[in-house]
Design a protein around this ligand. Structure first.
Ligand SMILES: [Fe+2]
Ligand SMILES: [Fe+2]
Length: 248
């Protein structure tokens, strides 16, 4: 039995693809096929795969049906985190969607799932992404402070969702945790955040995030071990469509 994660599939079986990166970069060419083959090779039916957000370009559920069917057809149990592009998944409709996909997919946001004696907790997360003002060498000179204030509100709301997730798991008797966020846990200016502090407060063992695309951005947040937590970036293009094993 094993637990794997990967994020940012950005599927578009039914919807129009507008992202330049996905149209041009080699890593995105036939990525659905690359991921399907990797999953079929790696995952056994008893394994679990967490998909860490940005599943589909579809804006409404009917436009995502083929994308979600593709995910359902991957081997193992599938758990989904909400990404910023997942318009089909209204934050208030998690329970409703879980009823709809019962036995097929589990949508993780503010609730929790389990893997052995671990609770899998999570939410979309949030971080300030700029705009930043740079000099010619790419050094940060300043940033949009109004946008930063807005981002802070989102961080607060998402921190509460993560706390709700931890509390639900703790109330059910869990004491070991893995945290899943779509957004990186910190912005590029920070070394810690309300998400990293919450993960430390509950003694989480790993924090897994996605959302970051492109070579120059992969180091934007924490990677590797910090204060007893292992941080992993699992965007599909970063992993070259090979799901990352988190636990045996
Ligand atoms: Fe993405
Ligand atoms: Fe994203």
């Amino acid at each position: 039995m094993a637990l794997y994660a990967i994020g940012d599939l950005h599927l578009h079986f039914q919807s129009e693809l507008k992202a330049r990166r996905q149209l041009r970069e080699r890593v995105w060419k036939n990525h659905e096929e690359k991921l399907r083959l990797a999953c079929e090779k790696l995952l056994k039916p008893e394994d679990t795969l967490v998909l860490v957000g940005d599943h589909s370009w579809g804006r409404k559920l009917p436009e995502c049906e083929e994308d979600l069917r593709y995910i359902q057809a991957l081997p193992g149990r599938k758990i989904l985190i909400r990404g910023n592009h997942d318009m089909f998944w209204d934050a208030g409709k998690t329970q409703e969607l879980n009823r709809l996909f019962e036995g097929k997919l589990f949508l993780l946001q503010g609730n929790f799932s389990s893997y052995g004696d671990y609770a899998l907790v999570g939410t979309k997360g949030a971080c300030f992404e700029g705009p930043f003002y740079l000099d010619r060498r790419g050094r940060i000179l300043g940033w949009d402070e109004e946008a930063e204030r807005q981002a802070k509100k989102l961080v607060e709301r998402e921190t509460e969702r993560l706390r709700a997730s931890f509390e639900a798991a703790r109330a059910a008797g869990f004491r070991r945790y893995l945290v899943f966020l779509h957004y990186p846990p910190t912005n590029i200016l920070e070394e810690e955040s309300p998400f990293t502090r919450l993960a430390e407060e509950y003694g989480a063992e790993q924090l897994i995030y996605a959302h970051i695309h492109g070579e120059s951005r992969y180091g934007d947040s924490i990677l590797g071990e910090k204060n007893g937590i292992r941080y992993s970036l699992v965007s599909g293009d970063y992993l070259k469509w090979q799901p990352l094993k988190l636990l045996d």
